[in-house]
Write a protein that binds this ligand. Sequence first.
Ligand code: SAM
Length: 461
Amino acid sequence: MTEQRLPAAYIEAIRELLGPEAEAFLESYDSPRTQGLRYNLLKSVPGRQAMEQAIPQFALKPIPWCPSGYYYEEPARPGRHPYHAAGLYYIQEPSAMSAAELLAPQPGETVLDLAAAPGGKTTHIASLMQGQGLLVSNEIHPERAKILAENVERLGIAHALVVSAAPGELSRRFPEVFDRIMLDAPCSGEGMFRKDPAAMEEWSPAHVEMCAARQWDILQDAYLMLKPGGRMVYSTCTFNRQENEETIFRFLDAYPDMELVEQKRLWPHLAKGEGHFVALLHKAAQEEPARSRVNRSGKGKNGPGITAAARDALKQFSAWAAAELPGYQAGGVPVLFGESLYLLPEAFRDRLQLGLLDGLKVPRAGLHVAHLKKNRIEPAHALAMALQPGQAARSFDLAADSPELAAWLRGESLPVPAELHGWTIVSVDGLPLGWGKASSGQLKNHLPKGLRIQKGYVSEM
Ligand code: SAM
């Protein structure tokens, strides 16, 4: 059926590419699309069994190539479960989970996700890094960068910086800086046709060519930012050779210090998923120990960027946190945007320099911890999401299927015991959802307005 709607030139290209296998591939367009979710390992979910049983009604089935990934089937709606709002998992197309697994980022490394919105691969990378090191997540389109920042916050990621720049702008600032780079390139999206028929309307041989030219440009910037000895994954959700193997051949030809370690295709008629191309590349190490080309001259550890105001704000926040978050260590470099205080991962200052952020669009300079209001602290939503259970002095836990939780997610205040007083973490089965402020038997709702959900949560379904 879908085949009738597929562009004729596309069918022809697929027949040329796949030969006798093309029919099985084209028939795969008639099966329902596959759906997956991936657990966020930053939210303590100990092991396979616990993951499978955490949400029994979703009947999760393991995805073979991703230890934290699971298939779910309709009518399950994990995007409407409160655990989604709590960042316990990220809904992601199953084949796409192969890319971060292949990149295999390690805790403590410096990693770049160059084309990151809405955040599937970034949240996967952060999860594999166990929140340690530095992750720079970039998205060129500012509106999409906002969505990326929201997802980074929802998943409680504290060691990521979200920036919004063209790859050329980044490569000028960050030459040979990253241990690993993810380049999930903008592509013609042939693997999206089942999920998003608009991608099919947009497809043409000329569009494929335009995408390949753009991928080539972005790859060259990615090369400049990769450290000697570093690894890079190039991935697309499209099937043609121009945007995949041919782009990689051209890249290897132009940069003899790059080698192809592994290249895989996930085909929708062979593995359960929408399809993906992934290539792992390695940059030869230099004989001399690699030195970052970032200019550090004259910039000490407290170099430009930490303003006196940011330092004062950190002092104020630390005093607040000592009383309100007894289990939390406020680590990081303070950065102040207006009244918003962020803590940039220490690794950024240690490995790079704060001045590199000047003039760059930075929707999220690390973890947003507080709003400073006329000498008082209002804790930021992102901070609540990054806390582990038990780190806050006060918490108020709600069951996933309780009407109170649905009311809370709608933005309503809740009655609480009169002795509860002050900033309180509201959680679902121990997973933080945001802040409330208790006073005189009422818990005032501080969930950001844009995150309030009017209906459709489990207790109402
Ligand atoms: N990695 C994302 C994820 O897993 O959620 C998906 C990324 S999507 C395949 C490609 C992204 O590249 C889009 O968000 C798009 O806005 C961005 N993009 C478009 N043109 C670009 C360019 N010239 N340079 C860098 N990124 C670009």
